[in-house]
Design a protein around this ligand. Structure first.
Ligand code: SAM
Ligand code: SF4
Ligand code: SF4
Length: 385
């Protein structure tokens, strides 16, 4: 029998104490909640499962996430009612966008039921929430219509190449490209747009797919975003020399395509967006756009307005944090809704995280690198992307 892997690798290092908002409210209804760096809370990412049917080498490497790996038991997961109740408090504090993620979110049974519950909530000014989902696309062809009917607005699909051999090297489970493309088409047909496609670029593995991906998605009404391979978690063996900086990807694209930078549409946007120029050198909206998520080479912490709720109800304030706050204990206690909201406000008001900014300010190296003094970080599959 192979050696048993204790899940400490992907599980958090204990909880942080919930700040005692109780000495006085951290926030009052109608007031703008800001963290220590004046960042509001607008976006909540909810992980609905720690399981996945892919083994992307940069996220859930096979050597660690094998048959002996112990996932969370169902009783540890937040129920749909608990997620909805928690989301209500976040919305009271200004959240307008919910993103369901994982693991692979479409593996969570009856996810449509959760989506319908969340879709019934409204933002503070009475608008529909922007509810979206990030998926590897493997189950999308089957589920797109039901997701749309339940109230999902959009999807982001991860796809790291168009060549089967390269894609299999990335997902490590021999999953074919054609099935993901079919999922994207089904999502488009169901009206889950505008669709985004995320491609993680690992130098030396899938960089040859950059141009084919751009050619394929140009003019299809789908925004392709290139993501720098990030040093999330502790299991992917990240090395700086496997990161292809966005500036290099842009240069490669510009060798073939005329691109123009686009203005950000909202504060806290993770991607820098570029549009296509037509033969007359004029921006042609019909050709769609391309985005760059440069978490390694260009930090965007200064307006990061995202909070993350893990599968078992821990609140993380940064993708690279090593500890979270145990909201599940609060949700499962006798605490009423306004006390839960105050506890989240107290946590957010003390937030000072800016991991990428600190890393960018340190010299790059070819070795695994984290800002000096940083603790071991939580896994992407646990916290959700
Ligand atoms: N399973 C779903 C998927 O792959 O879309 C959702 C969860 S996944 C953790 C969310 C996003 O994180 C995906 O777009 C994935 O490519 C990205 N991701 C995971 N590990 C990463 C890493 N080390 N660097 C950059 N992006 C990463
Ligand atoms: Fe699964 Fe998504 Fe992680 Fe790939 S990136 S292993 S699809 S959770
Ligand atoms: Fe936000 Fe943390 Fe990423 Fe900075 S490093 S953008 S604070 S999640």
């Amino acid at each position: 029998m192979s050696e048993r892997v204790i899940p400490i690798i992907s599980q958090p290092l204990g909880n942080l104490p919930i700040p005692q908002a109780l000495k006085g409210p951290a926030w009052a209804p109608g007031q703008q909640l800001l963290d220590q760096r004046n960042r509001p809370l607008r976006d909540l990412r909810i992980s609905v499962t720690d399981r996945c049917n892919f083994r992307c080498s940069y996220c859930m490497p096979k050597e660690i996430f094998n048959n002996d790996y112990v996932y969370l038991p169902h009783s540890a997961l937040l129920s749909f009612e608990e997620i909805t109740r928690t989301a209500q408090s976040f919305i009271a504090l200004g959240v307008e966008k919910l993103r369901l993620t994982g693991g692979e979110p479409l593996l969570r049974k009856n996810l449509e039921v959760l989506i319908a519950q969340l879709a019934a909530l409204k933002t503070l000014d009475g608008q529909d929430l922007d509810i979206t989902l990030t998926t590897n696309g493997s189950l999308l062809a089957r589920k797109a219509q039901a997701l749309k009917s339940a109230g999902l607005k959009r999807v982001t699909v991860s796809l790291d190449g168009l060549d089967d051999e390269v894609f299999k090297q990335m997902n490590d489970v021999d999953f074919p490209v054609s099935d993901v493309l079919e999922g994207i088409q089904a999502a488009q047909a169901a009206g889950l747009g505008p669709i985004k496609v995320n491609m993680v670029v690992k130098r030396g593995t899938n960089e040859q797919e950059i141009l084919p991906m751009a050619r394929y998605f140009k003019g299809k009404g789908i925004a392709l975003r290139f993501i720098e391979y990030m040093d999330v978690g502790a299991t992917n063996g990240w090395r700086m020399n496997e990161v292809m900086p966005s500036a290099d990807i842009l240069k490669l694209l510009q060798s073939e395509m005329a691109l123009t930078p686009l203005q950000a549409t909202q504060a806290g946007e993770t991607a820098e967006r570029w549009g296509y120029l037509n033969e007359q050198g004029v921006h042609d909206l019909s050709l769609g756009e391309i985005g760059f998520i440069s978490s390694v080479t260009k930090a965007f912490c200064s307006d990061c307005n995202r909070a993350r709720l893990t599968t078992e109800g821990q609140l993380y304030l940064c993708l690279f944090a090593s500890q979270g706050y145990d909201l599940k204990a609060l949700v499962r206690s006798e605490l009423d809704q306004s006390a839960l909201t105050q506890a989240i406000a107290a946590i957010w008001s003390q937030r000072d995280d800016r991991y990428s900014e600190l890393r960018v300010s340190e010299p790059a190296s070819d070795k695994a690198s984290t800002p000096s003094g940083a603790k071991r970080k939580v896994e992407m599959s646990y916290i959700g992307g």
